[in-house]
Design a protein around this ligand. Structure first.
Ligand SMILES: C=C(OP(=O)(O)O)C(=O)O
Ligand SMILES: [Mg+2]
Length: 572
């Protein structure tokens, strides 16, 4: 026998590891299902061949409409609540006689191929719906959805949207729109892996808040994955294993069946208290956060009161909304962030001149320079809500970048009788001058999403720079450390309310850096609490030092994870 064995190519079932960025923890093993590519527009003017059977071509549209309707109705029967209603309504559009008749006419009159006829007919119907306005105009998106389904049916492509399968699966896609993640059926889709996307993009934030394990920026995954292939996705480690070995699959399935709860008392293994708070985006979230054990609210994003309107909300509207949140946390801390408009959240009544770089423009507290009356009205409403409820109300401003801004904001709050006024640290300048900022502000809350964006000069919404948009970046951690140093010097508490707080391994590092509260989506509370409860403060500090000493985000993450075996034990 020869002693020289040439290297063997991997067999098709060799486990293959792909690295990405874990944005929502949890380990799941399931077959992969690929998100179908968007349906392309059929070329304009494509016509039937001379002498083709127009009647038969038109009949294909009828048949496609029937099939699409049947498929949508079947999906609606399997779905529940709002999703079922939406699917039934879309099914009705699919068999709408106007759309089918218009398309059929175009086959007869213009000899268009059926898919092009459907495309043009749908455009016509959409224009009519838009002109009617109101609820009709709101259906324009549904018409485009039906159009794509009909064209897919007519051209032999897979139906657009999240595929339907009889067994739960891991959804693999180049990228996913937030609207898709918001409406995913979590009993069908056990995990998400995307090639693009960043950890602070809305898609990732939604995956985390919906408790769907997710890995983004998994470049190189798609060529390895074919429909139905078994994958093991680890949303904590940020990895996907294609063809995992059976023992790993077994372990993942066992850990997925553990249900953790949070008892409302965040501390490390040696009893060092860390407040575990909730991030809230609308009054309706408050009760759910309280039920999840949140010790209070660390970030109440108030933008929802202002979005989708042409003028500022009235004082009464604001007071009612703020009171609804405060009422869910009697006697507890609730940190209300003042309006963070601008950049990706433009408001018509605050809009100034168009900006080439809105993330660097008039956003957050900066809008108060031109519109101090909007901030004053909000502070007045917060003060009124605070007076009517028993919650301990703290107020903070977004996007503070100078000591003067901090001082002016605190003084303005004081004029409204709001005595606990702080700042968000989201801009490197505020982190670097935290000692001076905190000479005025009562507390700081680090917004790691924006702090990462501005430290790394990487748009948080842009998938192509997702590798940079990572709060594990040692430069970001150094700014967190600097903010904590400023806080300690002034005797002021420093918390974190960016997405980093919801990542258990990173939460441990943040505590080690000196953060005293962590605010996150309520779903993450139990996982973060469990990992903290099994780590001493000294260990947190040691891990923080390791992360700070790393030379890349990946090094920092992997070093800390390797030193925290409890993560694997808990399936995180
Ligand atoms: C919490 C933050 O604010 P937002 O995500 O609302 O910008 C942040 O930037 O980390
Ligand atoms: Mg922010």
């Amino acid at each position: 026998m020869s002693s020289h064995v040439p290297p063997q190519p991997p067999t098709t079932n060799t486990p293959t590891l792909v690295h990405g960025i874990g944005v929502s923890p949890g380990r799941v093993a399931a077959p992969a299902v690929l998100m179908p590519p968007p349906v392309p527009e059929p070329p304009s003017g494509r016509r039937l061949a001379p002498g083709a059977d127009h009647v038969a071509a038109a009949a294909r549209i009828e048949e496609a409409s029937r099939r699409v309707r049947t498929a949508l109705d079947a999906a609606a029967d399997r779905a529940q609540g709002d999703a079922a209603d939406v699917l039934h309504a879309t099914a009705a559009i699919a068999s709408d006689p106007t759309l089918v008749a218009d398309a059929t006419q175009r086959v007869h009159d213009e000899s268009l191929v059926p898919e092009r006829a459907v495309w043009e007919a749908a455009a016509e119907v959409a224009t009519q719906f838009e002109a009617l306005g109101g609820v009709f105009a709101e259906r324009v998106r549904d018409i485009a959805d039906v159009r794509d389904r009909l064209v897919a049916e007519l051209t032999g492509r897979p139906a657009p949207g999240v595929p339907e399968r009889s067994e739960p699966f891991v959804l693999v896609a180049p990228d996913l729109a937030p609207a898709i993640v918001a409406t995913l059926d979590t009993t069908a889709v056990l995990g998400i892996a995307t090639a693009e996307g960043g950890p602070t993009a809305h898609t990732a934030i939604l995956a985390r808040s919906r408790g769907i394990p997710a890995v983004v920026a998994a470049h190189g995954l798609e060529p390895l994955v074919t429909e139905g292939v078994l994958v093991l996705l680890d949303g904590g480690a940020g990895t996907v294993v294609v063809h995992p070995d059976p023992a790993a699959v077994e372990a993942a399935r066992a850990s997925a069946s553990q249900v953790r709860t949070f008892d409302g008392d965040g501390r490390t293994a040696d009893g060092h208290r860390v407040e575990l708070l909730a991030n809230i985006g609308a009054p309706g979230d408050a009760a759910q956060a309280a039920a999840a054990g949140a010790q209070g609210v660390g970030l109440f994003r108030t933008e929802f009161v202002y979005l989708d309107r042409d003028e500022a909300p009235t004082p009464d509207e604001q007071v009612a909304d703020y009171r609804a949140v405060l009422a869910a946390f009697p006697g507890r801390k609730v940190v209300i962030r003042t309006l963070d408009a601008g950049a990706d959240k433009p408001l018509p009544f605050l809009a100034g001149a168009p900006e080439a770089n809105p993330a660097l423009g008039v956003r957050g507290l900066r809008t108060a320079v031109a519109h101090p009356e909007v901030l004053d009205a909000q502070l007045r409403a917060i003060a009124a809500a605070a007076a009517a409820e028993s919650a301990d109300v703290w107020v903070m401003a977004p996007m503070v970048s100078t000591v003067d801004e901090a001082q002016e904001f605190v003084e303005r709050c004081a004029r409204h009788g709001l005595s606990t006024a702080g700042v968000m640290v989201e801009v490197p300048s505020a982190a670097l001058l935290a000692d001076r900022v905190l000479a005025h502000a009562a507390f700081a809350s680090i917004g790691t999403n924006d702090l990462t964006q501005y430290t790394m000069a990487a748009d948080r919404l842009l998938g192509s720079v997702a590798g940079l948009s990572d709060a594990w970046q040692p430069a970001v951690l150094r700014l967190v450390a600097e903010t904590c140093r400023g806080g300690a010097q002034q005797g002021r508490p420093v918390g974190v309310c960016g997405e980093a707080a919801a990542v258990p391994a990173l939460a441990v590092v943040l505590v080690g850096l000196g953060v005293s509260s962590l605010s996150m989506t309520p779903r993450a509370l139990a996982d973060v609490a469990a990992v903290l409860a099994s780590t001493t403060l000294d260990e947190c500090r040691r891990l923080a030092a390791l992360a700070l000493a790393a030379s890349s985000a990946r090094d920092a993450r992997e070093t800390v994870r390797a030193a925290l075996p409890v993560l694997a034990e808990l399936g995180l």
